[in-house]
Design a protein. Structure first.
Length: 222
């Protein structure tokens, strides 16, 4: 499916209406400001692989923001000033070696066709990272989801925090943070999602093991 922009466009238009997209933007504004921004310096170059509708890129503050996504609808949801490239996250010819400070990816790898494709993406991420740059990865953790992982038609590849950490290590990326349970699985949950509750949740890491079913990993390029 990742090689068919038209199919992906139709699926996501069915899955996310305007109201749900706006709700995700509000949630991600809090997530970025309360969590992810601390890992992004003001002068940083940030690349978002599978940038979607700009949930991360629209809210992070840095010198240069770059988004890659195969869905042609992505561009119209991005803030002015964000560089958008329609393309394959496994091949980044538009970016030279060692040109990016932070590579971010959220809820993407499970959509790639195979683990080989995930490895190709991570190799490209490593290539474009500067020495000392970091990869930040967020995604559903199959260890805690059982059958729910497969409730989305485009979930193709099983990923856990442990398997991803093993891959990162094998590709000479040093894992500096590995949280098996970070965020709840999906914004389609019945749990309250007011921005202030998201802010409070992030301030209370002792509750993450109760609700978190997405992993968070950070790895640094030597």
């Amino acid at each position: 499916m990742d090689n068919d922009p038209d199919s992906l466009q139709r699926l996501y238009r069915h899955r996310f209406d305007e109201r749900s997209r706006e709700a995700k933007q509000r949630i991600w504004k809090v997530l970025v400001r309360s969590c992810f921004q601390k890992w992004v310096a003001p002068a940083a170059v940030v690349l978002d692989l599978g940038c979607g509708f700009g949930e991360f890129l629209n809210h992070v503050r840095c010198a240069r923001r770059i988004g890659i996504d195969v869905n042609p609808d992505a561009a119209k949801h991005l803030e002015a000033g964000i560089e958008y490239h329609a393309g394959d996250v496994r091949n980044l010819p538009q970016l030279p070696d060692g040109s990016v400070d932070v590579v971010f990816t959220s809820n993407l790898m499970e959509h790639l066709p195979s683990k080989d494709d995930v490895a190709k993406m991570v190799r490209e991420a490593r290539r474009v990272l500067k020495s000392g740059g970091q990869l930040i990865a967020l995604g559903p953790n199959l260890r805690y989801l059982a059958g729910e992982y497969w409730d989305f038609w485009d979930h193709l590849t099983p990923i856990t925090d442990r398997s991803l950490a093993e891959l990162l290590g094998s590709l000479d990326l040093n894992v500096v943070e590995q949280r098996a349970r970070f965020l709840p699985y999906t914004t389609r949950s019945r749990l309250p999602q007011a921005p202030w509750l998201v802010w409070l949740y992030l301030k209370l890491p002792f509750v993450w093991p109760l609700f978190g079913r997405q992993f968070l990993l950070r790895a640094v390029k030597p």
